[in-house]
Each structure stands twice: as C-alpha cells, then as structure tokens.
Ligand binder design. Structure first.
Ligand code: GLV
Ligand code: MN
Ligand code: MN
Length: 418
C-alpha cells in the first residue's frame, strides 16, 4: 500500500531488546522474578537510568512534581497540541520484564526511528514513564497518570498502607511533591491524543496469530477489602454451632467473589488476590481475617451490579456465622472505551506496514484509562507468550516487540498528519 507512512524503517530490534534487558537488571535482587515496586529503592535507581536513556535518545527529559519521567521531542510547531505516549516501569512483586516497560522503552525506540528516518513531527511528542501504575500497598494504581489527568486527589494521598504510612508521605519520601501531584492537571487543549504500546497480558493474540491488537476498551476495576471479626475459642471444646469463625466467613466470601465473576455475560473476571489472618494456630478458632478482592469488566452495568451483589452476599453470610464484617469498596476505574478514531488510526498504521491485527478488549488496567480524560486515547497490543503476565514467565519476543514499536511510530506519524 502506498501511503505516506508505508516507508517508515523498522525499529532496531536488538537495541530495544538490550534496553529491556538492561532495565530488567535494576530490580530487587532478594525477590524472585523481576520486582521493581513503586517507591522501592530499585525503582528509584531505575528511574535515573530511564531518564538518562531518554536524554540519550535526543529527548528533553525531566522528572515532574508527581515523579513522572517526561521526555519531549519538539515538533516544528510549538503551538500545536502534543501527541503523548508512554507507560510505566514499576512491576508487581515477582513480575515480568515487559509489562509497562515495553510502552516506555518502545516509545523511546520509536522516537529514535522517527529521528533516524528524518521524520520531523509538527506536534511535540511527549514520552511518559508514569509513576507507579501497578496497584500499590495503599490500594491506588496509576499514581502518575492520575496526577497528569487531574484525577488524583487528597483522598488518594490520605490512604494508608498496612504500616500506617499514608500515600502522601510515601510520595514525599520518594522525592516527589504530593501537593503538586494533586494540582498539576494538564490542560486537554495541549493534548492532541494519547497512544500506548503494551503487551497483551492475555492469550487472544497468540491464539489467533494476529501480530497486533487494536484495543477497543479498557476494563473497569472495582476493589473490595473485607475485614472479618469473629471470636477466638478453643478448637477442641467449642461446638461447631457456637462458633464465630472469621476465617470460614472469609473463605465463603472468596467463593462468592468467584461465583459472581463467573456470571458475567460479556467480559468479567473476579479474583481474591490476598488473604491475611490473625495470629492463627491449629487449636484456636480464628477471630480475624481480611481479604483483598477485585472484579473487572468492560461492561459498566454488570460491574456496578456485581460489586453490590458481592458486598451484600458477604455481609449476609458473615452475619449468619455471627461474624462482623467491615467492607471497604474502592472504585479503581470505570471501563474506558478507546476512541474510534484512535482504533482506526492504529489499524491503518498496521495495514500500511503489512501487519495483521485484530480488535481486542483489555482486561488489564492501564495509564491510558486515565489519559483518556485529556483527549482521544488508543492502545496497541503485542502478543504475550501463553498469555502469561504478572509473573516471571511473562514473555514477548524481539520481533513481536519490534513490530509493536513499528506500528507505534507509524501511528504517531499518522496522528501528526491528522
Ligand atoms: C495492572 O497491570 C492491572 O491490570 O492491575
Ligand atoms: Mn502495565
Ligand atoms: Mn501490570
């Protein structure tokens, strides 16, 4: 196909791969897999590396008040609204090397390709390494992109982790400025569009053999934390019908979470990712337990109803066991559709270069969901081997990654011409 974009040279797949491997060395060496959690020392060390990497690629780069790394490739018209891309470089505990990293280092590679091919954009290209995308110990995800989008607030900063530290304190200890983080919203007038490259983290592209995923929608996420308080008793002498067993109430709640998630008509999933109990012993009826669960769907109607049903059923079942339960419901994000114009642009950018693509929803959360507040949002997926993610086995090969960067660079060119 002969379009203005079809002659874009391929990225340097080896250069991109080496960058990903170099960053993957900057992790917590005491944890399995790849662990670079937000606010941790390895994460802090890695950010100096990423900043330097942006500067090496010819970007004007700095760290903003919320702790985001911001790189800018100036366009020819300083008054034109900017095209924004990027992702995150924090990981879950014992995670993989590609989730988020591909969107940051891939964007830097795309900026190199554009410069090396002599492409001068009209708009500035802004590349973001957003602070802390993964859900953290305060129950907050996407800290940096929420800040930029103007949806990080004082209530987020006031949330406390299990050690009683507030997120505002953690942000300040990390060297960012909590006050700026909740008052730095970008002006939508300055933003033309947001496009994010990411690994799929699921099995659909590998199953169908498509090289590129054009994201249609990002799932909404509702989180449930339930704290059960029962009564400690002798496990040998207390009759079964006279117990207030907090752990049994929690176990029943976990099954409720699963049952409700299985009932989703379109796309819906539910997970209890963590349980904690009190001291615990063979011979004591447990008096306390806490569960952390979430439900996700691209269908807002189902999601709201599922959250209510889970909370009501957990409370009812716990009451029948004589266990008290305090339920904390947190709306992490509503489902966010990708702009149709952005989906069309990514599809056309793939067609230009001869890559096969298909439309896919995202069950994972992304910074893109918040950046959608600022302008048209789109995402490009590349396949994940075996659909694995949030684990050390997460893998996407060099060629698949390079294809994704190629489409990203071409999408940016098309967005600039639009
Ligand atoms: C982030 O990866 C999330 O989907 O929780
Ligand atoms: Mn991610
Ligand atoms: Mn993730």
């Amino acid at each position: 196909m002969n379009t203005p974009s079809s002659n874009l040279p391929s990225p340097d797949a080896n250069r991109l791969w080496s960058a990903i491997m170099d960053l993957s060395a900057l992790v917590d060496s005491d944890s399995p897999g790849w662990t670079r959690e937000v606010f941790s020392d390895p994460y802090k060390a890695s950010r100096a590396w990423t900043l330097a990497r942006m500067k090496d690629a010819g970007l004007q780069a700095h760290v903003d008040g919320a702790g985001n790394i911001v790189g800018r490739l100036p366009g020819t018209n300083p008054n034109a609204p900017a095209i924004v891309t990027g992702s995150h470089t924090d990981t879950v505990h014992s995670g993989g090397r590609f989730d988020g990293v591909v969107g940051v280092l891939g964007a830097i590679e795309a900026a190199r390709v554009l410069q090396e091919s002599g492409t001068r954009l009209t708009s500035d290209l802004i590349i973001m390494d957003f602070l802390g995308e993964e859900a953290n110990g305060f129950g907050v995800s996407c800290v940096g992109s929420r800040a930029v989008a103007g949806v990080l607030d004082a209530a987020h900063l006031a949330r406390r982790d299990a050690n009683g530290v507030s997120m505002g304190e953690a942000v300040a200890a990390f060297g960012a400025d909590p006050n700026q983080a909740i008052s730095m919203a970008w002006n939508p007038r300055d933003i033309k569009s947001y496009i994010e490259l990411h690994v799929e983290q699921g099995p659909m592209l590998e199953r169908s053999g498509s090289q590129i995923g054009v994201v249609t929608s990002i799932a909404g996420i509702e989180r449930v934390m339930a704290v059960f308080t029962g009564r400690a008793d002798h496990a040998g002498t207390t009759p079964m019908d006279q117990r207030a067993d907090a752990l049994l109430a929690a176990a029943e709640a976990i099954l409720t979470v699963e049952r409700v998630g299985c009932g989703a008509p379109v796309h819906g999933v539910s997970t209890t990712g963590r349980i904690a109990t009190g001291h615990g012993a063979f011979n004591v009826v447990p008096d306390s337990a806490t569960i952390w669960a979430e439900i996700r769907s691209i269908d807002p109607g189902w999601l709201g109803g599922a959250r209510r049903s889970i909370a009501e059923k957990i409370a009812l079942d716990a009451a029948q066991r004589g266990v008290e339960v305090a339920i904390d419901l947190l709306n992490d994000q509503d489902p966010v559709p990708a702009a149709q114009t952005m989906q069309d642009t990514v599809a056309a950018a793939s067609d230009d270069l001869g890559y096969s693509w298909e439309a896919v929803p995202s069950g994972a959360g992304h910074d893109a969901a918040h950046m959608a507040h600022l302008g048209p949002m789109g995402m490009i997926f590349v396949p994940s081997q075996g659909g694995r993610s949030h684990c050390p086995d997460e893998f996407t090969d060099k060629v698949q990654l390079s294809n994704g960067v190629h489409v990203l660079a071409n999408t940016i060119r098309r967005l600039d011409l639009a």
